[in-house]
Design a protein around this ligand. Structure first.
Ligand code: PHB
Length: 590
């Protein structure tokens, strides 16, 4: 690794940044790292490693060894930055935490360049395909094209497997340095630093570390010789995989491995090799070509050539705002700034200089520099050039919430919002999507007794007679909206149901203009319901959120005056979360 010294990073002295920490005490002169940033990362890691989605501060105190007051300040800062959410007692990751992993994925660019080829291979073989990169003595997934038919463990983008338990690990190990190998051996005997591996079932016959070591050496040697590696149920019974390396053509380095994953009910290890190896090799060759063409920066230590590399087009991160008003004693400004630096590193391929980081974040150079030093010490950032001038995020950044958030369903995402809405208005709240001419419930929080038993996730109703259906239909392009109405049998479900297509079309135009729908007893007598559209990152209406109430209890005017503002605010919050998830969450398929 290129050394990062005060000289290589900045000519400014450390003293240039005033040395008082948030507690008012002077920072230790011995360390240039930023303690609140270190602590913030420790808390984030502990939340991500927890088996529960929501974690209480007391558990974080136990997991991190930090003082309760420190944990509280970190949580308050991360919540304020919208990386965490709290229900008042426990804390969970917010979609915005995807920005950390996005910084790595945007800069490494592998998903963008290799995913179409991985999708094609999965289609050709009709099996799951994944792409992983080396991450220390682990294997980190950056692409997953799942096609699992059998109940097996499924890994998400961002998950980390121990090298010895999967196919790509044997390919990566073939290029480990002596130091990397020694670190791996130390981990096997339990004396290395802890890493956040995906929690795998224990290996079936409980081999000793020595047995694991010799078996893995053998597999790594064979992988180096043959150019492929097998995983014959190393993870769990039934799960088999074959992987080939994707090389950097310039220097022969293994930058990634592409795997085909199957199950013993369809293939033996040998038949999977026969079935998949040829196409897998062709795909790896195409991937190498695509990488050469795109001149991606996939690993530290590669001179980036003359230019600064292409700008990352798609997902330039939103800057982390620093509220200017009184931030209060619980706000750890240097934690917020350090995380802003990490996110900012995703804004340019080919690595960023200290000056560029200071420019993008608007931070003083000395502040940005100390954040970079800390992030590098923590293993999240490294230098791409031997001079130590170009900084880029490392795959381990994906452990800061990316995999966890990738695993969330639409229901997981909307449920806290529905709970809050229902708490505010004391009525039931739901989210639904459009399926043909029907709505299908994706999530529901019920408080009232009306229809409570009848509606569950997956329940369907005719779109034309429901408030959610109307905002969903109203969100369609005019021609499609008309086609769906024409294809629907508009039956009177109550004496109030609008069944005239002309009246319905006019109603939908008004819904589109108003931005909400109020439906009064058209689906069921006594039921009044109000809905607002939920949009994705492209601005398309992909879902609807509603509040349903008893018509006798809640007047339509009250609904408009009191419930509508809470409803539209909820729709906006859900839309913002969907925007943060981007293409990673397919709402229509929920
Ligand atoms: C996977 O992508 O799920 C996978 C890949 C390689 C393995 C096992 C699982 O060895």
């Amino acid at each position: 690794m290129a050394p990062v010294t005060a000289e290589s990073v900045s000519s400014e002295s450390v003293a240039a940044e005033s040395g008082a920490s948030e507690s008012g005490a002077p920072e230790s002169a011995a360390s240039e790292s930023v303690a609140p940033l270190e602590r913030g990362l420790a808390v984030l890691r502990a939340i991500c490693a927890s088996p529960d989605d929501a974690v209480r501060p007391g558990d974080l105190v136990r997991e991190t060894g930090l003082a309760r007051s420190t944990v509280d300040r970190v949580l308050s800062t991360l919540t304020r930055l919208d990386f965490l959410r709290s229900d008042g007692r426990a804390f969970s990751l917010a979609p915005r935490a995807m920005q950390f992993g996005d910084a790595y994925l945007a800069v490494c660019g592998l998903s963008e360049v290799l995913e179409p080829l991985a999708v094609r291979l999965a289609d050709e073989l009709d099996e799951s395909v994944s792409v992983a990169v080396p991450d220390g003595d682990g294997v980190r997934f950056v692409i997953q094209i799942p096609r699992r038919r059998t109940m097996t463990l499924s890994f998400r983008v961002g998950d980390l497997l121990p090298a010895e338990r999967c196919a790509p690990g044997a390919l990566f190990a073939a290029q480990w340095s002596a130091e990397q190998r020694a670190r791996w051996s130390r981990r096997l005997v339990g004396s290395g630093p802890p890493r956040m591996f995906f929690p795998l079932p224990p290996a079936p016959d409980g081999p000793t570390p020595q047995e694991v070591e010799s078996a893995f050496d053998e597999r790594a040697n064979a992988a180096a010789k043959e150019g492929w590696a097998l995983d014959d149920q190393l993870i769990e019974p039934g799960l088999i995989a074959i992987a080939v390396p994707v090389l950097d053509r310039a220097d022969g380095r293994v930058v990634a491995a592409v795997s085909v994953v199957s199950h013993s009910s369809r293939h033996s290890a040998d038949s999977l090799r026969e079935h998949a190896l040829g196409r897998l090799r062709e795909t790896a060759a195409r991937m190498q070509e695509a990488l050469t063409g795109s001149r991606l920066q996939t690993e530290p230590h590669r001179a980036s050539g003359s230019g600064p590399g292409p700008r990352v087009a798609s997902s330039a991160p939103a800057p982390i705002d620093e509220p200017k008003r009184d931030l209060g004693p619980h706000y750890l400004r240097s934690l917020a700034r350090g995380l802003a630096v990490l996110v900012a590193l995703g804004s340019k391929r080919g690595g960023m200089t200290l000056s560029a980081v200071a420019d993008v974040t608007g931070l003083p150079r000395a502040t940005a520099r100390r954040a970079l030093i800390t992030l590098r010490e923590q293993g999240y950032v490294d230098c791409l050039d031997p001079e130590g001038r170009l900084f880029a995020p490392l795959p381990s950044v994906l452990e800061l919430g990316y995999a966890r958030l990738c695993g969330r369903t639409v229901e997981d995402l909307v449920r806290p919002h529905l709970l809050e809405l229902s708490r505010q208005v004391h009525e039931s709240a739901s989210v639904a999507v459009l399926r043909g001419s029907e709505i299908s419930y994706v999530a529901r929080v019920a408080t009232s007794r009306i229809m409570q038993a009848a509606i569950t996730v997956g329940t369907r109703f005719p779109a034309y007679a429901t408030s959610m259906g109307r905002v969903l239909l109203a969100g369609l392009p005019e021609a499609e909206r008309e086609a769906r109405i024409a294809a629907t049998d508009l039956r009177a479900l109550t004496r109030f149901t609008v069944t005239d297509p002309v009246v319905l079309a006019e109603t939908l135009r008004r819904v589109a203009a108003d931005g909400y729908a109020l439906v009064d007893q058209e689906l069921e007598e006594g039921l009044r319901s109000m809905a607002a559209p939920v949009r994705d990152h492209r601005g398309r209406v992909v879902a609807a959120v509603n509040v349903s109430m008893h018509a006798g209890r809640v007047e339509a005017d009250h609904a408009r005056e009191v419930i509508l503002p809470a409803l539209t605010a909820t729709a906006a919050r859900i839309s913002a979360d969907l925007a943060a998830m981007g293409d990673r969450l397919d709402v229509a398929a929920a």
